[in-house]
Design a protein around this ligand. Sequence first.
Ligand SMILES: [Zn+2]
Length: 81
Amino acid sequence: MQIKRRFIAGAVCPRCGEMDRIVMFQDEQGQFRECVSCGFKEKMVVDEGVKELETRVTQERKSDPEVQPIRFFPSPKKKSS
Ligand SMILES: [Zn+2]
């Protein structure tokens, strides 16, 4: 399982006070934020609905910026076997 880490822009570490040092990542135990500067780590309480929506939107933007029709059936009649 690959753990994605991403920086939170403008986030300030509650321990050391550094800005832009907070990364967010998710594993099987939940979503965490961690300070790469001092090692501060905290589990985040995320609403499931919001999390799912955010993930879906992010993935769609990354892989497919434009809305494209999805073809479920690759027209089997084209094959002349
Ligand atoms: Zn810190």
